[in-house]
Each structure stands twice: as structure tokens, then as C-alpha cells.
Ligand binder design. Structure first.
Ligand code: ATP
Length: 326
């Protein structure tokens, strides 16, 4: 009920009467008052005025299920939401609950990740309580070969959420890093469990650097946070919920064709590599070229300096700018 209560209070800047809340939730005035008290104890500033009701004045930066759910406008994405204090990796956790039948759209986030993962066995580092570490469970009924495009959808959704919630100009470094002012503020790791022609589940893990002020060692060169760019902290729950809102919209469009044909223009407009020199680093070596963006299947279309056009698949390569990370 606390999530619903917050949602009702968030829907208006004005007071919401106690009676309205009672009839909406089918509970007594005492039950409403109790829930309001619990929210106040958790740090919410809620005005309570006789004959007028309740008004939300401010909310603390809590990444709780109530905070996220009360901000969602989705039908299923993120509606089943699990908040953990500490976990090795949110992706691992979601894989386990997926095996036990968890529903599509289930979202798990953790205040602390002790073994955060990046692509190809790399590490995702995030300090406790500052950032977003979340994983989403999807069960798309599409061909397994098309599933890797979902990771680009998530990048589009997170980028949009960052832009809307903070006003920052965020871009996408192909395939799925979000950058602000040339620094990586978000990484995405998609893992899946498939049969030859059937997907059991897809887990999309997303790490967003929100309120971290400094980065250790080597990360200092490439990583950045929203807080560093804004000069102030920002709500992690708002960004989480906005990402889910946008992802649900994009997912419905994607499912119609199982490709990015209707979405690639938007992706390419946001892609920081477009129109620039890039270096494609693959196992055997590296080459340079330019790109105008992705094709309908999310592959990067690269014109090598030799003039040859090649399609780059996300799996095994890293793309860099000619003179740095982007
Ligand atoms: P690229 O292809 O650009 O090399 P990637 O997509 O393979 O990147 P990810 O899997 O997204 O990389 O993330 C892992 C890498 O991200 C690590 O090797 C490290 O360099 C970097 N990294 C780890 N933690 C963070 C963080 N909190 N913020 C930004 N970058 C990070």
C-alpha cells in the first residue's frame, strides 16, 4: 500500500484528502495514517493538514520498491520489483529466479553488488548506495538470434531516462554504453538462456553511475557519473522508473518486427560514434574507419579506411574513438 499511497501523492502538487485515500485503497483512516507515519519515518516530508489531507513535500533518495513502483507508468515492466541490500550480481540473482518461474518484467536492484560483471568476463565496479545496479527479466517470444538487439533497446531507454530526469545530454557508444561528456556513465550486460529456436529468458543487467563523486584507479580515465556532470545528486528511483517506462514502449515496437527497423533512426541520432572516426578492437587486432550508425539488426555499419564496408557484431569487439574512449 505504501507504493500506491506514494503514487497517489505524486499525482498532484495539492493535498489529497484522507477520505479519498481510504476509498481508493478500501482501508480505514487509521491504516492510511499508519502508512503515512511509516513513510515520514523513512524520511519523506509529508504535510498533514486537518480538513485538507496529505501533501508530499519531498522524498529522500531511496532506491526502494515503493519509490520505484510509485513512479512507474508501465503495465508490466518493473511492476514486480525486488530490492536487495547486497548480492554478488543482480544478473545472477535474476537468472536464479527466472529458473523458478519469475514473471516477465521482474526487476531486481541492489544497494551493493560484490561481484558486478561486465562483458567478456570484465568487472563492473560500483560502491554501495550511490548508483543503480539493476537487472530485468524478459521472456520474449522471438527467435534467439534476435535477442541481442534487446541490449540496444535498454541503452536507448536508459539514455532517454537520463535526458528526461536530469536534462543532461547523454549519448550511446555502440552497442550499449551511455556516455555523458565523453565518459561512460552506464554499462549494460545482457545474458540469456535459450534453446535452438526458443528463448527461456533474457536478463538485462544495467549499471548506472548516479551519485558517485569519484572513481578509483584506471576507471578515472573513462568513467563518469550523473552527479559529477550535474554538480548535485539525483534520484536513482526516478531514473530507474523512467528507464522502465521507456523500455516498455520500445519493447512493444521491437516485438512487432523483431528488429530495430522502426527504432534505428532514434538510436543513430543518439549514437556518439556516428560521423566520427572509430577504432574497432577485435581479438586478432584492430582497424579504423567511420560509421553512420547501425542497420535494422543493430550491427554497426563501418566503412574501413580501405573503403571496404563491414558489419560489426556486438559480441566480441570493442569500439573506441580514434583518440580516446569515444
Ligand atoms: P567496451 O566495449 O567499451 O570495452 P564493454 O561494453 O565491454 O566496454 P562493459 O561490459 O559495459 O564494457 O563494462 C566493463 C568495463 O567497464 C570494465 O572493463 C571497466 O573498464 C569499465 N567499468 C567498470 N566499472 C565501471 C563503472 N562503474 N563506470 C564506468 N565504467 C566501468
Amino acid at each position: 500500500m505504501k507504493a500506491e499511497l506514494l503514487k497517489a501523492l505524486r499525482q498532484t502538487d495539492d493535498y489529497v484528502s484522507g477520505q479519498q485515500l481510504c476509498s481508493r485503497f478500501g482501508v480505514s483512516r487509521t491504516a492510511v495514517w499508519k502508512a503515512i507515519r511509516q513513510l515520514q519515518e523513512a524520511g519523506y516530508e509529508i504535510d498533514a493538514v486537518n480538513n485538507r489531507g496529505y501533501r508530499l513535500k519531498s522524498a529522500p533518495d531511496l532506491l526502494t520498491t515503493e519509490e520505484v513502483i510509485s513512479r512507474l507508468h508501465t503495465s508490466f515492466m518493473g511492476q514486480n520489483c525486488i530490492c536487495l541490500d547486497s548480492v554478488d550480481s543482480t544478473n545472477n540473482y535474476v537468472k536464479k529466479i527466472a529458473e523458478n518461474g519469475a514473471a516477465e518484467g521482474t526487476l531486481v536492484f541492489a544497494e551493493e553488488q560484490t561481484g558486478g560483471k561486465g562483458r567478456r568476463g570484465r568487472v563492473w565496479e560500483t560502491p554501495k548506495g550511490k548508483n543503480i545496479a539493476m537487472s530485468l527479466l524478459l521472456r520474449p517470444q522471438i527467435h534467439p538470434a534476435h535477442a541481442s538487439q534487446l541490449t540496444l533497446l535498454m541503452a536507448m531507454a536508459v539514455r532517454e531516462a537520463i535526458c528526461v530526469c536530469t536534462g543532461l545530454e547523454a549519448g550511446i557508444k555502440w552497442p550499449n554504453d551511455i556516455v555523458v561528456n565523453g565518459r561512460k556513465v552506464c554499462g549494460i550486460l545482457t545474458e540469456m538462456n535459450t534453446e535452438v529456436d526458443y528463448i527461456n529468458y533474457v536478463v538485462i543487467g544495467t549499471g548506472i553511475n548516479v551519485n558517485q563523486r569519484e572513481f578509483p584507479g584506471e576507471l578515472r580515465e573513462i568513467a563518469g557519473s550523473l552527479c559529477q556532470n550535474l554538480g548535485q545528486e539525483t534520484s536513482r528511483a526516478a531514473i530507474t522508473a523512467a528507464s522502465m517506462d521507456e523500455l516498455e514502449r520500445l519493447y512493444e515496437i521491437f516485438l512487432q518486427t523483431e528488429d530495430l527497423s522502426a527504432l534505428k533512426d532514434g538510436y543513430n541520432q543518439a549514437c556518439v560514434n556516428r560521423g566520427h572516426g572509430i577504432r574497432v578492437v577485435e581479438r586478432g587486432g584492430a582497424y579504423t574507419g567511420t560509421t553512420e550508425g547501425i542497420n535494422d539488426h543493430g550491427e554497426l555499419v563501418v566503412r574501413k579506411d580501405s573503403g571496404e564496408e563491414v558489419l560489426v557484431y556486438a559480441g566480441e569487439v570493442s569500439v573506441r574513438g580514434l583518440y580516446g574512449y569515444t
